[in-house]
Every structure is written in structure tokens, then in C-alpha cells.
Ligand binder design. Structure first.
Ligand code: ADP
Ligand code: MG
Length: 213
């Protein structure tokens, strides 16, 4: 497949400029392959090894949607650890700089009440660990999923098929039917494949071909 540039991927020039500012000039293979499919409205499963740029593969189309339609979107990214939640939040904030982007990190170890107040301000992007997000869903009325456009499961292989299943599937059940689900993982697993069963759209699977050194 021919290499596509960020502008060939139809990304907003403003986003491309912001990427250039932080030294990101060409999309990685997972970004080249998954971004057009996310734009086309499909649910996407993207599998590629650590360090291949999975965060921006989902963050860029979400940010682009926000640039085009600042009131109609709300994205939730679920990831297994607090550290990853902060890294993903930082990636959104850096590329979304000057967009008045509101990013909330909803993880354990922070007072529920403070987080509830933050959620009431309707952040554009919520990056969360599954347990704490589910606590907010089940115990407070601060969190309304009805406007969600994207649910991202990052490191999906670690989120599915284990102790988080109750929370994850509980969250998926509350989502509006027109949402897009985006799953990213370093490895393809059976549980990842099973998610197709709960997807309500056509699922596009992109898996990096492993190269032998
Ligand atoms: P993964 O989630 O696949 O492990 P990350 O999304 O964390 O990978 O990205 C790994 C690193 O690569 C980050 O420092 C990120 O800023 C950088 N990166 C992402 N996309 C690109 C790109 N298109 N060009 C150069 N560096 C990139
Ligand atoms: Mg990652």
C-alpha cells in the first residue's frame, strides 16, 4: 500500500500544523490504515506492537471531529492503568492545544466528588480506568453517556476477558446506538475478536504484519 501523508488522510491543516510543532511529520502504518476507517464511521480494531502510534490513531480522528463539531461529541477512552490514562490525556491536550479542549482524567486515588464536579462541566474527552468510571456511572448522576460519539478501549487485550469484564460490558450497554467503538491492542486475542458480537456497526480489523528480524 502506498504511504499516505496526514493531509492525504484528510486531517485538518490546523491539526497537521500542531503535529509538525511536536515533530510528528508522517503517519505510522496503524494511523494510515485506521484513520480513514474511523472517519468512515466504522467500529475499528487496530492491532500493532507497543510504540507504533496507537494513541494518535484514535486521538486524531476524534480531535478532528471536535474541530468540525465542537458541541456534538464526547469521547471516552478506557485504559487499564492510571499512568496510561495520564499519557493519553496528555496526547489529546498537546495536539488539541488552543482548541479549548477539556480533558478529564478519571482514575482511582482522587476524590469522587472532585471528579464528579469535573464531569458536570462536560469535558470533551474523558480518559478513565474502568473501575473508577463504573463507580461514577453507578453511584452518581454526574455522568451522562447519551452524547457519547466514541468509546475507545486502549490496550483492549488487557481490558477484556478478565476482571474488568463486568465494568466494560456494563459501560458498553449504556452507550447510545450511534456511537463508534474503537479498540486498540498490542496483541490480537480471542476476547478481542468476541467484541465483534457487541459491535453494532461494521467492524474494520487492521493488524500489523509482524516482521521477522
Ligand atoms: P502505542 O500506543 O502503539 O504503544 P504510542 O501511541 O504511545 O504507541 O506512541 C509511541 C510514541 O510514538 C509516542 O512518543 C508518540 O508521540 C510517537 N508517535 C506517534 N505517532 C507518531 C508519528 N506519526 N510519527 C512519529 N512519532 C509518532
Ligand atoms: Mg498505547
Amino acid at each position: 500500500m502506498s504511504v499516505k501523508s496526514f493531509s492525504q488522510l484528510q486531517l485538518n491543516p490546523w491539526i497537521i500544523r500542531q503535529l509538525k510543532n511536536i515533530g510528528i511529520l508522517e503517519p505510522t502504518p496503524i494511523q494510515q490504515n485506521c484513520i480513514p476507517e474511523i472517519f468512515s464511521g466504522k467500529d475499528v480494531i487496530g492491532v500493532a506492537k507497543t510504540g507504533s502510534g496507537k494513541t494518535l490513531a484514535f486521538a486524531l480522528p476524534i480531535l478532528q471531529h471536535l474541530v468540525e463539531d465542537p458541541y456534538g461529541i464526547f469521547a471516552v477512552i478506557i485504559t487499564p492503568t492510571r499512568e496510561l490514562a495520564h499519557q493519553i490525556g496528555d496526547a489529546f491536550s498537546v495536539v488539541g492545544k488552543c482548541m479549548n479542549l477539556r480533558v478529564s482524567i478519571i482514575v482511582g486515588g482522587v476524590e469522587m466528588i472532585l471528579q464528579g464536579q469535573e464531569l458536570l462541566k462536560k469535558p470533551h474527552i474523558v480518559v478513565a480506568t474502568p473501575g473508577r468510571l463504573y463507580d461514577h456511572l453507578s453511584s452518581c448522576n454526574t455522568f451522562n453517556f447519551s452524547k457519547i460519539k466514541y468509546l475507545v478501549l486502549d490496550e483492549a487485550d488487557k481490558l477484556l476477558g478478565g476482571p474488568f469484564d463486568e465494568e466494560i460490558y456494563g459501560i458498553i450497554k449504556t452507550l447510545p446506538s450511534n456511537r463508534q467503538m474503537l479498540l486498540f491492542s498490542a496483541t490480537m486475542t480471542d476476547t478481542l475478536d468476541q467484541v465483534k458480537a457487541v459491535a453494532r456497526k461494521e467492524v474494520f480489523l487492521w493488524q500489523e504484519v509482524a516482521t521477522v528480524a
